[in-house]
Design a protein around this ligand. Structure first.
Ligand code: GLN
Ligand code: ZN
Length: 761
């Protein structure tokens, strides 16, 4: 029997110590010059490759590395650059242009940013503009391929986003998808020809959209495109890679003229296996078997995976199988070796990127050399998972979906009658202004928190510091004239971690960083067992804030679905159960805030949309439990208590009805970064509860002008009832500087005043 190989689909770019983030930020701040920036990035890139080589990966991905985002790289490579950036430099797409597209400049707004399927990674949306000529500005996959070859002797496998998916990621007036793809086609072909001429054997063409839904036209286009590739570059082997769910149109897609097909056998396990059993697998292709969960951190049950491979052998022989992670390891931390503080039972039961590659290597050995060769490793893993199970029993709560039914999820009164009561008690002006919760996390704030964590600051000192920050920002908000104040979230390192630390069932890593967007990384908590409430989590700071001002203060919590979606979740129970458990715990917190005299509580759910399953048939089930979870957490308050929610950076159009079903009194929603798309959505759908359409993008350092924001308000007011309308930024302000925040908020309040006056007249 031939040998089964190990392949990887993408490696985290951030580095073990988040060198990537530091390098980028120093470059942006000007403390690193371009030459040094290139050098440091190259060192990291090479180190990442070397590591995979050392771990025994047979097919190592190249071109997965980027200076910001791999979708943006493709846009820059094909000159899908909006005109507004084109005078920034004379070079085709300079670094200045590249980062301007990603982050915006004082003169120009950034390109839209949105979530990568149902993950918390954000990509930059390619923005096609008529009249911009598409060309191959540089061949990045080729550069990556040559670098790996020259520096390390690695015969890398360039990763490229396939034309159908790239087109579907793009926005703009490009006409039909087919027309656009035909414009891109020669550029793809040139890229591939140059790769082939340089001696490249395999290219991984990612077509993640093939798991979402495919129309007949898509299918025809796909056939055409891959036939063109075959004709133009006959020697180059393409593996058509899919992930995050099962392949649609399996029967037809396996007939495409490509040399391999990669399937996710974790997230699309059942359906992909069924397709394989029903339609078999062509004899001229490699099967990329996505075996190990690339999106979670649990060590896997190796015996179960081994048996799965054996089962697959009925359809595909070993020499035509590559075992690989289910998707790129982009959404998994780098290496678990840094986790010295985790309890041993957890430390032993997790696997980050490197450990996942080790698992794959052992599975390959088990198949190639026999099970005996891996006994020790298999036994050790099984014992670790058994320990985890024992620990879970210790925190088990009395919870079942059955007893949930007896707990109501309805507010005591309808929105209309709540609305009147809240209006009477809160006495807010027309178009009330507010912010989303966080204020700048300055170096000073971060350093105080770190000192406190290290023990260098006593809890009294730290508390005093937090109080000072709250007070400072209460005064700033009052000064600016904001109507509903927030305390600023200074005590929170991260909106999920903060709550996880105070609930039962969570654990925290020291180094479990994953990239969220640009240089921003997050460290998702681990939910390893049942979740329950221990003690109030936000009452102290919120109540202190309220004690300083006569303006109403809004308490801010992170919602159940967001906590779930932004954590590494146990995989031994269904996700909805975990979500309900979190909701029940938050319900106690909401009621504690209300009891302490807080009249507005915002439960943030920015991650609701991203958790939406990729296939439409799975939507209603998910939305049903997501909505129930939110309502479970919030419905018990008095009619006078105003429940807010907040969402951002997603395609919300599809789920507006469910957003309304949350029954929140007010939602604040990102609008500006997506260039007003939300406003158009409300032309079609009448939103009948309180709503604040974000009036400016908070990710960009540029200060929006008053005029710009009153434009957004004016447009918004055409589609939303005036008395339901709120004014707020797109999202929290933690990533901005204090000066930027104050300047922007001043303009925002001015804009609101101006429009308000106009309305009253
Ligand atoms: N309340 C959070 C903040 O203001 C919300 C952040 C988010 O939506 N991601 O930072
Ligand atoms: Zn947000």
């Amino acid at each position: 029997m031939g040998k089964l190989l190990v392949s990887n689909l993408g490696y985290p770019r951030i580095g073990f110590d988040r060198q990537w983030k530091k390098c980028l930020e120093s470059f942006w701040q000007g403390s690193l010059d371009q030459e040094q920036f290139f050098k440091d990035m190259k060192d990291l890139r090479i180190a990442n490759l070397q590591k995979q080589k050392d771990l025994g990966v047979d097919w190592i991905p190249v071109n997965d590395f980027t200076f910001y985002d791999h979708v943006l790289d493709m846009a820059a490579m094909f000159n899908v650059v909006p005109k507004r950036y084109q005078n920034l430099s004379t070079a085709p797409v300079s670094l200045t242009t590249y980062f301007a597209m990603a982050r915006g400049t004082q003169e120009n707004v950034a390109c839209e940013m949105t979530k990568w399927f149902n993950t918390n990674y954000h990509y930059i949306v390619p923005e096609y503009e008529q009249g911009v000529e598409l060309t191959l500005t540089h061949n990045k996959p080729l550069e990556a391929f040559l670098e790996a070859k020259q520096q390390l002797g690695i015969n890398g496998k360039p990763v490229i986003i396939g034309p159908l998916s790239f087109a579907k990621f793009s926005k703009g007036n490009y006409g039909t998808l087919s027309k656009y793809v035909h414009k891109l086609l020669p550029l793809y072909i040139q890229t591939l020809q140059e790769l082939s001429a340089a001696g490249c054997d395999w290219v991984q063409m990612d077509e993640p959209f093939l798991v979402v839904n495919i129309t007949n036209e898509d299918m025809e286009l796909l056939k055409h495109v891959y036939q063109e590739f075959k004709t133009a570059v006959p020697k180059l082997k393409i593996i058509l890679q899919t992930y995050f769910d099962s392949l649609e149109n399996y029967e037809q897609i396996i007939q495409l003229p490509v040399a391999g097909i990669g399937l996710d056998f974790v997230h699309g396990y059942k359906e992909n296996l069924k397709s394989l059993e029903t339609f078999k697998f062509p004899e001229d292709k490699i099967l990329g078997l996505g075996l190990i969960n690339g999106r979670n951190i649990w060590r896997c049950d190796l015996m179960e995976k081994y048996k799965l491979i054996q089962k697959i052998f009925q359809f595909v022989p070993a020499e035509r199988i590559w075992i690989q992670p289910s998707c790129s390891l982009l959404t998994t931390p780098v290496s678990a070796t840094g986790e010295k503080k985790l309890a041993p039972f957890l430390r032993n039961s997790i696997a980050y990127s490197d450990e996942k590659l080790v698992e794959l290597k052992h599975l390959a050995d088990a198949c190639n050399k026999g099970l005996d060769s891996v006994t020790e490793f298999f036994n050790e893993a099984a014992a670790a998972l058994k320990d985890l199970e024992d620990e879970r029993l210790k925190i088990k709560i009395n919870f079942s979906l059955e007893n949930l039914k007896s707990i109501g999820i309805e507010r005591s009164e309808s929105f209309e009658s709540r609305f009147e009561k809240q209006r009477a008690s809160l006495k807010l002006p027309l178009l009330p202004t507010t912010t989303i919760g966080s204020f700048p996390q300055t170096t000073q704030v971060r350093s105080a928190r770190n000192k406190f964590k290290r023990g260098a600051l006593s809890s009294e000192e730290y508390e005093k510091f937090i109080k000072e920050q709250i007070e400072k920002w209460v005064r700033i908000q009052e000064e600016i004239g904001i109507d509903v104040l927030v305390h600023g979230e200074f005590e929170r390192n991260d909106m999920v971690e903060y709550f996880g630390e105070k609930l039962v069932g969570f654990a925290f890593t020291s180094n479990g960083w994953v990239q969220s967007y640009g240089s921003r990384c997050v460290k998702p908590p681990i939910i390893y067992g049942d979740v329950s409430f221990k003690e109030p989590m936000t009452v102290k700071e919120t109540v202190y804030c309220q004690s300083l001002t006569s303006k109403p203060v809004k308490g801010i919590l992170t919602g159940p679905v967001t906590i779930l979606n932004w954590s590494f979740v146990r995989d031994d129970v269904p996700r909805n159960e975990v979500s309900y458990q979190i909701a029940l715990a938050l319900r106690d917190e909401v009621l504690a805030l209300e009891a302490a005299g807080i009249n507005l509580v915002q439960v943030d759910e920015p991650a609701v949309r991203e958790g939406l399953p990729l296939k439409k048939i799975d939507w209603s089930d998910y939305l049903d439990w997501a909505v129930k979870s939110f309502r479970l957490a919030t419905c018990k308050v008095k009619p006078e208590t105003q429940i807010h929610t907040h969402m951002c950076y997603c395609e919300f159009q599809d789920i507006i009805q469910s957003i309304l079903d949350l029954d929140a009194d007010v939602i604040s929603i990102e609008t500006s970064r997506s260039h007003g798309e939300m406003i158009s959505a409300f032309e079609k759908f009448k939103y009948s509860k309180g709503i604040g359409l974000g009036v400016y993008d908070i990710h960009s350092p540029r200060i929006p002008s008053k005029e710009e924001m009153s434009d957004v308000l004016t447009r918004g007011l055409k589609v939303v009832d005036t008395k339901l309308f709120w004014v707020n930024p797109d999202c929290g302000l933690k990533t901005r500087t204090e000066d930027q925040t104050i300047a922007a908020l001043k303009n925002m309040v001015e804009a609101a005043k101006e429009v308000r006056e106009r309305l009253i007249k």
